[in-house]
Design a protein around this ligand. Structure first.
Ligand code: CTP
Ligand code: MG
Length: 361
């Protein structure tokens, strides 16, 4: 599962008090920078987990409220950041289980990140191992030497053709990036972006120029510029929510189990006293299986056989409510939630009417 790491633990010193908290102050449209980042990641469908590195307890209630509104169903992990950006990234990485996923590290102070950028980065990282937003430098760059008495400083040209300005998100496999940041810490190196950490392991990201500005709220002068850009993107926002996805989806599920002696009968998560149960590898709850398949189908995901293969020890006698929970979580990772479910059961026995309220529960 992929994880977004949103860095919000800085102290915003260069903002000189122009915003009380640059990642949590409302911007054009009402959402703060951190909220816009959460929404972009939720809409991208690329991550199933969000880790927010926070600065202090004052931020926590606001972070929770944003997550509840903008990323319902995506698990949120909060971790206290550290003194430097690198410390915050490593603290976040240490909370992520090793399941082979990617980490999308993003400055919560860059609110212009778009779902399509995140999807392009994921595709690049899957193909080439790692990816980062960066853009060619267009200004003429000079190195300035300390001025000598009564003369201007000396300047030296720096050829710019090979220069790139690094931004975020930056995407790396979690385990690799964690090793890289641990190595930087052990060697006492001060890395200021994720690519610099990965370079210690000789891993270099493919670079993506997103083709739109992706500024970081750094100083007071950035506020008007970021708000102007946000006012333009909200004009262009399509009227249907969720990017290019329709506002709601419909999925169908279908399952058949035969009766078997000596088995429990579980339907819709409810154990029903009966002379026979249903044959199957899990608890054989065909109502839950059909429901989970409908949710996965609506989300455009593979069916339950793909995620919960029969015949495996981990699915033996499995509680099928956990299969439903898993399907709902996978849909939530794509920004979808279940509106309602209409379920039909075809069976001559047992009588189920009395159990329906418990099943609905
Ligand atoms: N950040 C962090 N932990 C730190 C330092 C920075 O999580 N110890 C985060 C910031 O919250 C920000 C991003 O990293 O989203 C980029 O950092 P920067 O723009 O430098 O933000 P601040 O460090 O907050 O600002 P300043 O350097 O002006 O104090
Ligand atoms: Mg900083």
């Amino acid at each position: 599962m992929n994880t977004a790491i949103l860095l919000a633990a800085g102290s915003g010193r260069r903002m000189s008090g122009a915003l009380a908290d640059k990642v949590l102050a409302p911007l054009h449209g009402g959402l703060p920078s951190l909220g816009l980042c959460m929404r972009a990641f939720a809409r991208s469908g690329c991550v199933g987990r969000i880790v927010v590195a926070y600065r202090d307890a004052e931020q926590l209630a606001q972070i929770d409220a944003l997550a509840a509104d903008l990323v319902p169903g995506i698990p949120l992990v909060r971790v206290q950041g550290g003194a430097e950006r690198a410390d915050s990234v490593l603290a976040a990485l240490e909370t992520i289980p090793d399941d082979g996923g990617l980490a999308f590290v993003h400055d919560a102070a860059r609110p212009l990140v778009e779902p399509s950028d995140i999807r392009k980065l994921e595709a690049l990282a899957m193909r080439l191992g790692a990816a980062a937003v960066a853009r060619p430098v267009t200004d003429t760059i000079k190195r300035a030497f300390p001025a000598e008495a009564r003369s201007a400083q000396k300047l030296e040209d720096v050829p710019r053709a090979s220069l790139r300005a690094m931004e975020t998100p930056q995407v790396f496999p979690v385990s690799l990036l964690r090793s890289a940041y641990r190595a930087a810490r052990e060697r006492g190196l001060r890395v200021t972006d994720d690519a610099a950490a990965a370079a210690l392991l000789d891993v270099h990201p493919a670079l993506l120029d997103p083709g739109h500005p992706n500024p970081k709220l750094t100083g007071p002068e950035d506020i008007a510029w970021v708000n102007f850009l946000l006012s333009r993107t909200s004009e262009q926002e399509p009227k249907v929510p969720q990017d290019d996805k329709p506002p709601f989806r419909i999925g169908h599920g279908y399952d058949i189990h035969r009766f078997a002696q000596g088995r429990r009968l579980v339907l819709g998560g409810v154990e029903i006293p009966h002379t026979r149960g249903l044959e199957g590898h899990s608890d054989a709850d065909c109502l839950c299986h059909a429901l989970a398949d409908a949710v996965l189908g609506a989300a455009g995901l593979p069916d339950i056989g793909h995620y919960y293969p029969p015949g495996r020890p981990e699915t033996k006698d499995m509680d099928s409510l956990d299969i439903v929970r898993g399907a709902v979580a996978k849909a939530a990772a794509l920004g979808l939630r279940v509106g309602n479910a209409d379920i039909s059961l075809v069976a001559q026995e047992p009588k189920v009417a009395g159990h329906i309220p418990a099943m609905k529960e």
